[in-house]
Design a binder for this molecule. Structure first.
Ligand SMILES: CC(C)(COP(=O)(O)OP(=O)(O)OC[C@H]1O[C@@H](n2cnc3c(N)ncnc32)[C@H](O)[C@@H]1OP(=O)(O)O)[C@@H](O)C(=O)NCCC(=O)NCCS
Length: 178
């Protein structure tokens, strides 16, 4: 059985986080925007540019050879430079991506649980995100406690409140057998 594990993201992970941002933007295969194109758009690049800034935190999933295979991270974007899923300055926005060859094996859900646990440990009130409604990831988020707080043409802003989820406080496993 192939296993993966999850570790804390560090400043050296910026390049891989950019890779995962590219995956998140291109969840629709026909979109296929290049890394360069994405990094030249401030409204996309600001999810990762300058990683790690104060307040940034995240997790990286790695394969048995320690190669990164997915990441989930949070960044505080403020009213002065809001992200697509902005709700408030004290609620960070989540980005999630898993490399193609590792999808459907539980990596995404494990990362999501781990990053929510990390956010709860930091005493944050909630985590938010923006997801295009047609992306099945919206169902994954809903199943892990996110609910829609605002809807736009084809995307929803979703929020996972953390303060009242004490029952979910158990530390998610840092290693998993999908
Ligand atoms: C979204 C993403 C992170 C999920 O990661 P993953 O490792 O494949 O997800 P998991 O294996 O943990 O599966 C989570 C759930 O989603 C379901 N799922 C996975 N891929 C699916 C698909 N293509 N269509 C429908 N459901 C799917 C799984 O069945 C699972 O549900 P279950 O536990 O009820 O069976 C990954 O597909 C990805 O990186 N996509 C591109 C980037 C992206 O869309 N990011 C989010 C932008 S908001």
């Amino acid at each position: 059985m192939t296993t993966f594990s999850i570790r804390t993201a560090t400043a050296t992970d910026e390049g891989f986080l950019v890779d995962m941002l590219v995956q998140a933007v291109n969840w629709l295969p026909e979109r296929n925007w290049s890394r360069e194109e994405i990094l030249t758009k401030p409204e996309l690049a600001h999810y990762v540019a300058g990683w790690m800034r104060p307040g940034d935190f995240g997790l990286v999933a790695v394969d048995p050879a320690d190669r990164p295979i997915g990441a989930a991270w949070c960044r505080h974007l403020t009213a002065a430079d809001p992200g697509y899923g902005y709700v408030s300055d004290d609620v960070p926005e989540l980005t999630l991506g898993v490399v193609d060859s590792w999808r459907h094996r539980g990596v995404g859900r494990a990362l999501l649980r781990a990053v929510l646990h990390a956010a709860r440990e930091r005493g944050l009130p909630a985590v938010s995100l923006s997801v295009e409604r047609a992306n099945f990831a919206a169902k994954l988020y809903a199943s892990e406690g996110f609910h829609t707080v605002e809807s736009f043409d084809d995307a929803d802003t979703m929020v996972a409140p953390l303060a009242d989820r004490s029952s979910a406080d158990a530390d998610p496993s840092v290693s998993a057998n999908p």
